[in-house]
Design a protein around this ligand. Structure first.
Ligand code: F6R
Length: 247
């Protein structure tokens, strides 16, 4: 695993955005794995700037998002569909038919989860996946206790995640209790993975992910098995790491 510790959020976001820019420049038909949450917003802003300046094009890019709340329609301002369109997709020339965001309003999730996996496989797999990390160590919505061999599935959100995400809703009671999420094994099939984390409230999860045992109690620890992962951290998120990593 590579660990890169940045001075601040702007530096981290711009370095992580460069990985996307290089990926899409090298392969205009790249398949990107996208995440929601506060952390990747700076990366998406950099990508919009890069598109507007003509440096990159999303014309032939395909994207797959990690997860979505169950029960939120795509027009709901807290749905991940809405978030992705506000933060990135509406501002670049990606083609709607190549944007995949799990639906939160399906009837038959057994079939739908398999369909989502099949779409990723048909697209040739994910070339570059961006991840955040939950304060409980989750990647996507793979909460503590999720099998490391899991694939796209429905999950119950952890109390910690409901508390953390309540800031986006009017009240904690409004946070959906269930989500659809790519599984840990689905994520590990991406050819390259970058995980971003900032702030002290991520420090324990970051330490468990990088230096802890491989454990379903911290699903991000599964990234230790992947051959091409880079953690982009700020110093607060890195403060509990025992070993020295380059700044
Ligand atoms: C979002 C996702 C989550 C977040 C994580 C961190 O698609 O899959 O795992 O990455 O909850 O969220 P933030 O960035 O808001 O701290």
């Amino acid at each position: 695993m590579n660990i890169i510790i940045s001075d601040d959020y702007q530096q981290m976001s711009s370095m992580a955005a460069q990985v996307f820019i290089q990926c899409v420049t090298a392969n205009p038909r790249a398949v990107l794995g996208l995440a929601t949450g506060s952390t990747p917003i700076g990366v998406y802003q950099n990508l919009i700037t890069s598109y507007q300046s003509g440096e990159i094009s999303f014309e032939s890019v395909t994207s797959f998002n990690l997860d979505e709340y169950i029960g939120l329609h795509r027009d709901h301002p807290q749905s991940y569909y809405y978030f992705m369109h506000q933060q990135l997709l509406n501002h670049v020339n990606i083609q709607g038919q190549r944007v995949f965001i799990p639906s939160g309003t399906e009837e038959d999730y057994g079939a739908y989860c398999q369909w989502y996996e099949d779409q990723i496989a048909e697209a040739g797999g994910i070339d570059l996946q961006i991840l955040g990390i939950g304060s409980d160590g989750h990647i996507a919505f793979n909460e503590p206790g999720t099998a490391l061999g899991s694939r796209t599935h429905i999950t119950e959100l952890d109390h910690q995640t409901i508390d953390d995400n309540a800031r986006f809703f009017d009240s904690k009671a409004d946070v959906p209790r269930r989500a659809i999420t790519m599984g840990v094994a689905t994520i590990l099939e991406a050819k390259e993975i970058i995980l971003l984390a900032t702030g002290q409230n991520k420090a324990q999860a970051v330490r468990d992910a990088i230096e802890g045992p491989l454990s379903s109690e911290c699903t991000a620890s599964a990234l230790q098995q992947h051959p091409n992962v880079t953690f982009y951290l700020d110093s607060a998120a890195a403060e509990l790491l025992k070993h020295e990593y380059k700044h």
